[in-house]
Design a protein around this ligand. Structure first.
Ligand code: SF4
Ligand code: SF4
Length: 121
């Protein structure tokens, strides 16, 4: 999920990507002693150099930091501290391009993929 400040941003009525993918991160992102900001207690070990957001390494992923009713409202409770992989996932057509991850997550949750029309204010 990207970083919406606009209350009309489609991500604030979605949250599908936070409940579809395994969200892995380099361990240092959750290491405060190295400047990592992701709360380590919300992560768990994955592979040698990786941790994963709790709740996302399971058959039906749902990030522990997600406060959402998918498709109705969505809020990342650690938005300012979220992993870089979350910040880098942009919504389809937010910046003029389709996002395969956004589309796949939304469709998996029974939502239609975003179109350019979703960004007309
Ligand atoms: S799936 Fe797309 S629209 Fe939904 S929260 Fe993620 S980036 Fe936003
Ligand atoms: S940390 Fe926030 S943006 Fe990232 S998957 Fe979890 S709820 Fe979504």
């Amino acid at each position: 999920m990207s970083g919406p400040d606009d209350p009309a941003h489609p991500c604030l009525r979605c949250g599908a990507c936070c409940a579809h993918f395994r969200v892995s991160l380099h361990w240092s992102e959750a290491a405060p002693e190295l400047g990592g900001q992701v709360p380590p207690e919300l992560t768990e070990p994955l592979r040698q150099h990786e941790r994963v957001m709790r709740g996302t390494s399971q058959a039906r992923p749902r990030c522990i930091a997600l406060d959402a009713d998918i498709g109705t409202y969505s809020y990342c409770t650690i938005h300012a501290l979220r992993p870089s992989v979350c910040a880098s996932l942009t919504a389809s057509w937010e910046f003029g391009e389709r996002s395969d991850q956004c589309d796949r997550a939304r469709i998996a949750h029974g939502l239609s993929a975003l179109t350019m029309a979703d960004w007309v204010r």
